[in-house]
Each structure stands twice: as structure tokens, then as C-alpha cells.
Design a protein around this ligand. Structure first.
Ligand code: PLP
Length: 403
């Protein structure tokens, strides 16, 4: 299908060049919706004051403010924040930090344990962290990766019975090569591109213990889940643990400008602070921590707080999950799962998923799709009327698919 040419948005809705309006339930970064006056004003005001500055030369007030605001949302141990432009760069920075930390401590390690169906970015290095077929590339792996396959089908992974097999798989991966002890485990708390997979409760808490037992760092990839999307500020908060590094991005500036944050434990940062060459964590691009992105991020964080969007997302997410669960068994739907406003509908056949997404678009609803899984991720500012419209349009699309 030809790509839509979108020209204008408002709230949860967006219009294409021909004036057709769509409810956008496809944009994981759209925390607050389209054309939010507070965010537009903050970006415009910043553009007329100080549009940006290369942070390797000097800093600006907003970069420090975002770093502090993100740190304040994390467990207190993760008090250091590095700003980058994208989730991909954030993951690369996290790995670089982990690797250099090990090196500076005199215990050089490079082997990373990841989930085979995880997704961590689009560069050669970050693609190499995943076993998803469409991420294959013609280069050799730039670092040793031990992939872990899900021990059960995606739709069974959230069950308590999945906990032990999942932990066993990770334990085997951690212990796999005693000559090359693991540097880190890198994991999404809810798998995005891998098919909206919800992991069993207490898995991350137990994973923390396994990492400690092997001297490995635990890096949580919150790029698609951070800033309220799953009904917690960060999805790892559904469990009880303190990660070593957290990478977040999409929701931070509500999609108004590119930005990502790498949150690092003070104890990891300390290894760099005294190092003559590193002198703190040095990683960045010319526009990292861009002032306009920072302005959008601060305005977004203000709105998340002012409108209590995290709690609201938890409540609305339960409603949306319940409404979509009602379609289980119809139109080839095999599972409905999710956390907060990150709800996934798994079809038995990929074709049915693709047809449903195309039909939904025809009915004015934009959805995401990964293989057999269709995802509904409306803005966190959605209200009941938006959810009702979403479910109605989904039902219309499904009817077309099954006819
Ligand atoms: C979990 C996860 N990590 C990393 C990335 C890469 O982020 P970006 O596209 O901003 O580079 C994504 C993007 O979808 C993601 O979902």
C-alpha cells in the first residue's frame, strides 16, 4: 500500500494530504498527541532564544535540566544522564559505557546476552544484537553476542509458568563461555519489534540476581516503553529491581524532536570520573542534547506530571485491553496482551494481520504491525472517546477481514 502523506495533526488524530483523518494508534513516541500548545510553544520559544549548542564545546541550561529531570524519575542510584539523538545511539552509548567500565576496572569483557527476538536499533552494531531475520546485515558481528530464544510461544510468555524456563535460558547464556564471561544482559522489558511480548512477572527481578552472580551489568532498553507508555513511568517498574543502565527515548519529547537518554548508575560513572582520558562519559554527536529537543522533553515531562498521565495510562490501558480481548477467537485472533497503552493483538496468520491493518487504515485508524502481531498504541492523552473510536474502527476493519 502507498504510504500516507500526513500533513496536520491534532490530539490523537492526524490528516493526510487529501484531507482524510486518521486516529493515530501507531506512534509509540506520541506521548501527548499532535499540536499540543504547551510543547509547540516551548520549542518555538527556545528557537527564538538559543536554538542549540554543541555540547562538546559548551553546555546549555536545558540539557542539564533534562538530565536532572530524567534522573529524578529513576531509582536514585541512576543519577547520571547522557543525552543522545535516538534510541539506537543510546543503546550504542550504553554498550560503550559498559565495555569501558569493565576495561577501566581491569576486567575487560565484551560478550553481551540479548533476546533473539529483541530489537535495539538500526546501526550495524545494534542490529547485531538481535536475531530478527530482517535485521541481518552483510558484516561480521562487531561484538560477541549470546542470543536467548523465548522458551515458549510469545502468547504464553506472560504466564507464571514461563518464568523458570526463561530464567534457565538466560542462565545458560550467561554461563555459556567461561573463557568469555558476560559483560552485560541487554533486554527490553516489553518486546516491541519482537511482537509485543509481555514477559512473566518477577523475571527482571530474578534477572538482576543472575547478572550479579555473573558480574554482568543489566542494561534495560526502555526506548519504546519509557515515560508512561506501559502504565509505569518505566516498564521495569512493573518488577522490583535497580538496573545498571537504562536507555529511554521515544516518549521523552513526545515525538516533537529527536532525543534519547542513557541513565547510568553513579557507581558505573565513578569508574570514568577519575579516568584521565575519559574524564566523565564522553559520547555524543553534534546535535546530542539539542536545545529544541530538550525544550520539547521538558514540556512533555511537565504534561506527564500535570495530567498524571502514567496513572491515567494504566487505567485506560486496562479498558483498551479488555475491549480488544472481546475479539479473541474472531477473525483469527489468537491472543490479546499488553501493558498500559501498548496493546498487541496476535493473529494466527500474518496475512490476516496485514489485511486488518490495511482495512483499519481504510476506516480511519492507523495501527502498527510486526508480522502476525498488530499493535494499538494511542497517545497517553487519549480519553474514553478516543478509545471507543479505536475499538469501533478496529471492529469494522476486522469485519472486513473476516468477510
Ligand atoms: C526497544 C527499542 N530499542 C531501540 C530502538 C531504536 O530506537 P531509534 O529508532 O530511536 O533509533 C527502538 C525503536 O523502535 C526500540 O523499540
Amino acid at each position: 500500500m502507498a504510504r500516507n502523506m500526513l500533513v496536520k495533526g491534532s490530539g490523537a488524530y492526524v490528516k493526510d494530504i487529501d484531507g482524510r483523518e486518521y486516529l493515530d494508534a501507531s506512534s509509540l513516541n506520541l506521548t501527548c498527541g499532535y499540536a499540543v500548545p504547551e510543547i509547540a510553544h516551548a520549542v518555538g520559544e527556545q528557537a527564538s532564544r538559543l536554538h542549540g549548542y554543541d555540547l562538546s564545546v559548551a553546555t546549555h541550561d536545558l540539557a542539564g535540566a533534562v538530565a536532572h529531570r530524567v534522573a529524578a524519575l529513576m531509582p536514585p542510584q541512576l543519577s547520571r544522564t547522557l543525552l543522545t539523538n535516538s534510541g539506537t545511539e543510546g543503546v550504542e552509548a550504553a554498550l560503550l559505557i559498559a565495555g569501558m567500565y569493565a576495561q577501566l576496572r581491569g576486567e575487560p569483557r565484551t560478550r553481551v546476552v540479548t533476546l533473539d527476538c529483541g530489537y535495539h536499533g538500526s546501526t550495524v552494531l545494534t542490529r547485531s544484537l538481535s536475531g530478527l531475520p530482517h535485521l541481518a546485515h552483510p558484516f561480521r558481528r562487531p561484538l560477541p553476542v549470546t542470543p536467548v530464544s523465548l522458551p515458549l510461544p510469545a502468547r504464553e510468555m506472560r504466564r507464571p509458568e514461563a518464568l523458570e524456563p526463561m530464567l534457565d535460558a538466560v542462565r545458560r547464556a550467561l554461563a555459556e563461555d567461561p573463557e568469555q564471561p558476560p559483560l552485560a544482559v541487554l533486554i527490553e522489558p516489553l518486546l516491541n519489534v519482537g511482537g509485543g511480548v509481555v514477559l512473566p512477572e518477577r523475571f527482571l527481578t530474578s534477572l538482576r540476581r543472575e547478572c550479579d552472580a555473573h558480574g554482568a551489568l543489566l542494561i534495560i532498553d526502555e526506548v519504546s516503553t519509557g515515560f508512561g507508555r506501559t502504565g509505569r513511568m518505566f516498564a521495569f517498574e512493573h518488577d522490583q529491581l535497580v538496573p545498571d543502565i537504562v536507555v529511554s527515548s521515544k516518549g521523552l519529547a513526545s515525538g516533537y524532536a529527536p532525543i534519547a537518554a542513557v541513565s547510568v548508575k553513579e557507581s558505573v560513572y565513578d569508574a570514568f570520573a577519575d579516568d584521565e582520558y575519559m574524564g566523565g562519559l564522553r559520547f555524543g554527536q553534534t546535535s546530542s542534547g539539542h536545545a529544541l529537543s530538550c525544550a520539547a522533553a521538558i514540556a512533555t515531562l511537565d504534561l506527564i506530571e500535570r495530567d498524571d498521565l502514567v496513572r491515567r495510562t494504566e487505567r485506560l490501558g486496562r479498558t483498551l485491553l479488555g475491549e480488544l480481548e472481546a475479539f479473541l477467537g474472531t477473525g483469527g485472533i489468537a491472543d490479546v496482551r499488553g501493558l498500559g497503552l501498548f496493546v498487541s493483538v496476535e493473529f494466527t496468520e500474518e496475512e490476516a494481520a496485514a489485511t486488518t491493518v490495511a482495512a483499519a487504515e481504510h476506516h480511519g485508524l492507523l495501527l502498527r504491525r510486526q508480522g502476525r502481531v498488530v499493535m494499538a498504541v494511542p497517545p497517553l492523552t487519549s480519553d474514553e472517546s478516543v478509545l471507543n473510536a479505536l475499538v469501533e474502527r478496529f471492529a469494522d476493519a476486522l469485519e472486513k477481514t473476516t468477510r
